[in-house]
Design a protein around this ligand. Structure first.
Ligand code: DGL
Length: 266
């Protein structure tokens, strides 16, 4: 049997990571879970995010989904809840955190920016990441919830309100000395072209997609999880959501996550 990889995000942003993983490991079995009832995670408390991820683990178990590896393709959830959720499951988990380290290595001006959600920017995980990997570099932090909404809209409708996007980016007042901007939210690569156009190509935009795909590949090999058996019959990618998705772009199964306080142990 092929390895079953579940990719998780609050919304559709994690598909930007999923694409990289699928490209690198085409023969695995995939499911995609979006907790869009609680979107945006960037505006949620750390405890709420921890509860939702613990509920996800419960959901996987209760529905015997046989997941071999979970990718939390959400910087907000990873920086808020990675260690807590690892304590409630044996399933290996790969988190997605802002690409601060490669950005610090890439910058020529010694000045980088992190564009992420308010929760990611405020998290102690992000502060540690910067302290450990960007000590000799100036790092400016910028947060936006509106960009998440614009990315969701753009994904599902193909429409982008460019004026609104420019308004949001203008409002962030991004320092002109920055030559590398970390896209520290998996929703933002959906907008990578218009964001790059906004900066007229003068700022390198960096996300963690390729690094995550490499990490997943490495872990599957370490765990001896087979992904290349020719005899495998691959099921179509299953999408789950916790709230209605107003688009017929994806076939989505609507599900509910039970709050940890409501679990009935058998
Ligand atoms: N995609 C999520 C991330 O990478 C954030 C979106 C949200 O705020 O829910 O941080």
């Amino acid at each position: 049997m092929s390895a079953h990889i579940m990719v998780f995000d609050s919304g559709i942003g994690g598909t930007t990571v999923l694409e990289h993983i699928k490209q690198s490991i085409p023969n695995a079995q995939y499911s995609y879970f979006m907790d869009n009832a609680f979107l945006p995670y960037g505006a949620q408390s750390q405890q709420t995010i921890i509860n939702r991820l613990c509920s996800l683990i419960h959901f996987i178990k209760a529905n015997t989904l046989d997941v071999d590896l979970i990718v939390i393709a959400c910087n907000t959830a990873s920086t808020s809840a990675l260690s807590a959720v690892r304590q409630v499951t044996d399933i290996p988990i790969v988190g997605v955190v802002p690409a601060i380290k490669p950005a610090a290595e890439l910058t020529r001006s010694n000045h980088i920016g992190l564009l992420a959600t308010p929760a990611t920017v405020a998290s102690s995980y992000t502060k540690t990441l910067i302290a450990e990997h960007a000590r000799n570099v100036i790092v400016n932090l910028y947060s936006s919830v509106e960009l998440v909404t614009l990315a969701e809209q753009h994904f599902f409708t193909d429409y982008l309100d460019t004026n609104k996007l420019h308004q949001v980016l203008d409002g962030l007042n991004i320092d002109k000395a920055i030559d590398v901007l970390v896209l520290g939210c998996t929703h933002f690569p959906i907008l990578v072209e218009p964001i790059s156009q906004y900066f007229e190509g003068n700022v390198k935009l960096l996300d963690s997609g390729v690094a995550i795909a490499n990490r997943v590949n490495y872990l599957l090999n370490q765990l001896n999880l087979c992904v290349n058996k020719r005899t495998d019959i691959k099921k179509p990618l299953q999408y789950y959501a916790t709230a209605d998705v107003f688009s017929n772009k994806l076939a989505v199964k609507l599900v509910t996550l039970t709050d940890p306080s409501q679990y009935v142990e058998h």
